[in-house]
Write a new protein. Sequence first.
Length: 463
Amino acid sequence: LTAVGGAVAAFPLERIMGGGESGPRVAAFATALHIPPAAKPVHQSATTDFYFVGVHEAEAEILPGVKSKVLTYDGKFPGATIHAKRGREVAVTYVNAMAESTVVHLHGAHVAAASDGHPTDLIKSGDQKQYRYPNTQQAASLWYHAHAHHSEAEQVYRGLAGMYLLHDEAERSLGLPEGEFDVPLLLRDVHIDAAGKLVYTAGGFEERRTLLVNGRVQPYFRVSARKYRLRFYNGSNERAYRLRLADTSSFQLIGSDGGLLPAPVTATSFDLWPGERVEAVIDFSRYPVGTQLVLFNDLGDVESTQQVMRFDVTRTATDDSRVPAVLRPLQDLGTPTVHREVELKLDLQRGAFVIDGRIFDPARVDQQIKLGTTEIWTIRNADTQPSIPHNLHLHLVQFQVLDRNGKPVGGHESGPKDTVTIPPGGNVRIKVRFDGHEGRYVYHCHMLDHSATGMMGQMEIKR
Ligand code: C2O
Ligand code: CU
């Protein structure tokens, strides 16, 4: 694996331009959907749930009957799902039993800088670190993943990612599908050879032609003929998905990165970029028992990247869940008083992805921000030649997307967001308020192969 703090490998251009072979041909829908187990606290105090997690190499059965070496949280691929309650603290101690350093970042969380998982705040081999999550924000589908600078892309690719569901009473009272009918789905791609070896090359997304859902190749999921809340996560380093059901029937989008939308949005498909989450309620009661319904990715180029998973309707069921017409009003972020511009670009000379012409430098502060300020950021993607999409993620905050190329956004982007895609040559404006915590946080492209070469900046929030 790439040594942390080592030289940045030049980003090979042929990786961006494409080409390459596909992995082994595996039969689609041969494996049942795996639902990552709920993490168990080792201790619970009056205020806090304590977890203890080892970070180490382990084996996972990704291809049926074949063992693959992966990096794991507690031996699980992906990691166990942490369930948190708003207002109750979670403290996770990670013990790094790998030979290389790591960092754990809770993506989408509003936390103190010391617990954010800054890319230089390393847990060295053999060391441990406790992160404390106050869970003061609204219910949302968060996720935790590796984030040591330069090695984040490879470590996440090799397995260091898991889901973190923050629940709250307001959401629970809505009557949405819950329990076994509330299912997180972590989508990602992988380049795996016939021997089960995960092949990682920086920017090698063209060769990552095997799709995994919760760590298994194109699984089937036996569902009851009723409503399900499905939480789609894009845990791929670079791949975007445009998801729809085989019969192009509609469903309701109810949530985004930062939790519930103001109101459900009826849609027949949605886009999901790396780092993003989209929650949808699909009602399988309209299908007769026996129906098999493939979830398609319209951005895939071959069968193995077009067919994500399959829903098999196997039984009837009663259903007292509902999707109310009003979910959760957007937070009022106040009146913006500061405007900033950020430009994302591939620097061909240096073979690195940069922000505002600069490679990430943890010793440099790129944005000085006054605590409590509401700002508008205009994010531009200058990569038309070659044409490369980027998607910017800001730590600490949930923002609102005002427009893309001057046009208002809709669908799941009408909810609170922490990651947003900017098309080649395009621009996106976001409104964001920085409050609650001071200190240094990063913002970066969530195409992790890009951020690993330097497409990351640092903001310092001060009183
Ligand atoms: Cu999910 Cu800084 O990232
Ligand atoms: Cu990028």
